[in-house]
Every structure is written in C-alpha cells, then in structure tokens.
Design a protein around this ligand. Sequence first.
Ligand code: GAR
Length: 206
Amino acid sequence: MEKIKVAVLVSGGGTNLGALIAAERDGIIRSGTISLVISNKVGAYALERARVAGIEAITVTKAECGSQEAFENRLIEELRSHGIELIVLAGFMSILSERFTSLFRDRIINVHPSLIPSFCGKGFYGLRVHEAALEYGVKVTGATVHYVNEIPDGGKIIMQKSVEIREGDTPEILQKRVMQEAEWIILPEACEKVSKILLGKRGMKD
Ligand code: GAR
C-alpha cells in the first residue's frame, strides 16, 4: 500500500518519537511511514531511538549552518531529497520561520504539552509549560496536536486530550503524566489522521 513519507524533527529524549515508532509497528499509523529523523541537537537520545528502529537519522544544527535561513535551507534540502510529505515536530525546540512553514502548509504538525490556547506560544516549551500550569493553579491540563503555521502554537488544532492535575504534582511528575496519558496517544493518532488526508489529496492529483 502507498504510504505518506513522514519526517520526525526532534531535539531531545524523543519519547514522542518512540510512541510514533511503536504506533507504526502496531498498525495505529498505517497511512504514513517514518522515513527520516532530524535532530537539531548533537547527541540527542532521539537519534539513538531512530537508529535502533532502523530509521535514517541525521543532525542539522543552526550553529553549523551559521544562520536561521541557512539552517532551514538545509532542512528543506534534506526533506525534499528524502521525498518527505509530512513533517512531525516531536519535541523540536526551534521556531520555524514563515518562509519554512508556508512551504509546507498543512504538512507540518506539532505536539504541545498543554491545552492550547493555555500555556503556549513563545517561551512555553518543555518543563516550563507544566511549571506555568501549576503556578496558575489550573485543575486540568493536557496536550494538543496542531498544524504549524507562522504563529508559534497558533495553527489549527487537530486533536486534544485532557489530563487531571493532582495534589502534590511537581512539573516533572505532571510532564510525565501528560506524556503518558495524552501526548503518546494523540500524536500517533494525529499522524495517522493527517497522513490519511494527504494520501487522499495525492489520489486527487493522480
Ligand atoms: C514533550 O513534552 C513535547 O510536548 C514538548 O517537549 C517534550 C519533548 O519530549 N514540546 C514542546 O514543548 C514544544 N513547544 P520528547 O523529546 O521525549 O518527545
């Protein structure tokens, strides 16, 4: 069966990448296939996860490229030469420019560890999101998968899942629960959903 070629962009531990790999193995992701992993951080553990799964994994850093523009040009080159049709940002801690996002309109999705529009946008990433949720005192948080456009965390929402905050939660405990109960579930589901949509579009063109 024809599948959409998916690239996963990472910066860190890659537990979301792990969930995507498992979901493809288990048939939750059927319309897409993870073909490339790109890290913008040297030595990110996510790269190791990709290698173990037999997925091509490369590192492209802004420092080595010299500027945001050159960095994005390298990404575009790699994505194009691998025939990538869908880009999944899974803990990718670099904001992409409008030039980049408009080149791949409706073909980039991101997982964010809160219920957007709460605790999102510039400066809200990783543990910081959970610190802010606990500081504010919300009783429910969660995760969101959305399309990526020029506004950080501002693209159309694809899926959300809520997670209860418990007495005694620390940012670390909450981060883990949001991953387990929300991110690792909705990211693979959204990846399948969007891959299926893109397969449909491919059909229309043929
Ligand atoms: C995840 O919680 C992801 O939602 C978050 O970083 C973590 C990466 O973990 N992303 C953002 O905050 C983006 N704004 P992982 O590397 O183990 O998947």
